[in-house]
Write a protein of this length. Structure first.
Length: 120
């Protein structure tokens, strides 16, 4: 694993691009937006890095962590895909498990998002 000394994170610390998708909720709408790594505050970057590291640890261990909560019919689902030097990584959350430290970023990306036609 290489380390990016400019941010102190692991191999996914050099975030180049962000693709955000929001779906579900009461109306079942799908929305998308994109941003660059430059659009992130240092606090948002650190929070994303922390969740990527946690996600990577869980997926590589036999114990993938606590069982996922049952899907709620009206929960909004959020996907954050990060483009980094090490490749792409995806984080997925919904209203029931959205981390507090990513809530403001998700809100900002949601406000920038545009409706997506069904099936895309």
């Amino acid at each position: 694993m290489t380390k990016d000394s400019s941010h102190g994170g692991g191999e996914y610390s050099n975030i180049r691009g962000i693709r955000f998708a929001q779906s579900g909720g009461f109306a079942g709408l799908s929305r998308r937006s994109e941003a660059t790594g430059a659009d992130l505050s240092e606090q948002e970057r650190r929070a994303l890095e922390r969740h990527v590291q946690e996600s990577t640890r869980r997926s590589s261990s036999r114990d993938a962590g606590p069982a996922a909560a049952p899907a709620g019919r009206d929960l909004t689902r959020y996907e954050i895909e990060l483009e980094t030097e090490a490749g792409e990584v995806r984080l997925e959350f919904d209203d029931s498990n959205l981390p507090d430290d990513l809530a403001a970023l998700v809100e900002r990306l949601s406000q920038r998002s545009r409706p997506t036609p069904p099936g895309r």
